[in-house]
Design a protein around this ligand. Structure first.
Ligand code: ATP
Ligand code: MG
Length: 225
């Protein structure tokens, strides 16, 4: 039998959008995550199991070998890489799932372009301090970064910050909070990440999984979405 593989996923978008990729590779997850409280989910393949972790913990699990593979957003991977001095994770594949963008947003009544033109110092609230720092440094904008762990939209509304850097997909959350998107920082999608030692020791089953995912992604790209 092939060696046991552990795949780390986070509940929500990433889990939901990874399931069809697994299914296309003939892998069924044997538990309904919405109703189950289990954190270790068996699959129909005795050599593969899924573990459920927080989105921001996926890189740590894979880096430390708690999981052989994982799926994590580019947002999370960039922050993790900037914060960690350990060897980089192997990122063999952009899965093209959980797509959105990282953007700068401000209150509708805040003139961002003018503030930038005038060289004002901006207070920016975000979960993504490393990526945001790099973005504003590249633009030559002076910022004071305020690290938050959630509900970023609240920061400009309460006067905590002039701007936020957050993920946007439809823009409806921003709109509901009277915020406007003024600048895209980068496009975001989720990637497969692999522990470097696992890639050596469990090369064949990992290779097969990567190839199956890649085939599905290529098929999707060929088909109109
Ligand atoms: P939690 O919701 O448990 O606090 P989280 O916000 O990090 O954690 P998710 O909201 O499930 O977790 O997001 C996980 C990943 O999905 C993000 O890291 C990002 O890559 C992607 N994502 C987040 N928000 C969006 C969005 N609005 N549209 C598309 N993808 C998104
Ligand atoms: Mg969330």
């Amino acid at each position: 039998m092939s060696p046991q593989l552990t795949l780390a996923l986070s509940k929500g978008r990433i889990f939901d959008e990874t399931l069809p990729l697994l299914a296309a590779a003939g892998i069924e997850v044997g538990e309904d995550v919405e109703t189950s409280r289990k954190l270790i989910l068996p699959t129909n393949r005795p050599d593969l199991r899924v573990v459920l972790v927080r989105a921001t913990d996926v890189p740590t699990y894979v880096q430390q070998g708690g999981a052989d593979l994982g799926v994590a957003g580019r947002d999370v991977l960039l922050e993790h890489a900037a914060a960690s001095d350990a060897i980089a994770l192997v990122q063999p594949l952009d899965l093209q799932i959980a797509r959105c963008r990282m953007s700068v947003a401000v209150r509708a009544d805040f003139d961002y372009a003018r503030a930038v033109r005038q060289g004002s110092r901006l207070r920016v609230a975000t979960k993504y301090t490393h990526t945001a720092r790099q973005h504003f440094a590249d633009k030559g904008v002076h910022v004071d970064l305020i690290k938050l762990y959630g509900s970023m939209e609240l920061a400009p509304l309460t006067g905590l910050a002039d701007a936020i850097v957050d993920l946007v997909s439809t823009g409806s959350t921003l709109k509901a909070n009277h915020l406007v998107e003024v600048e895209k920082v980068m496009d975001i999608s989720s990637r497969l990440v692999v522990n470097p030692a696992s890639l050596k020791l469990k090369r064949e089953p990992i290779r097969r999984l990567i190839d199956a995912f890649a085939a599905t992604i290529a098929r999707r790209e060929g088909a109109p979405s």
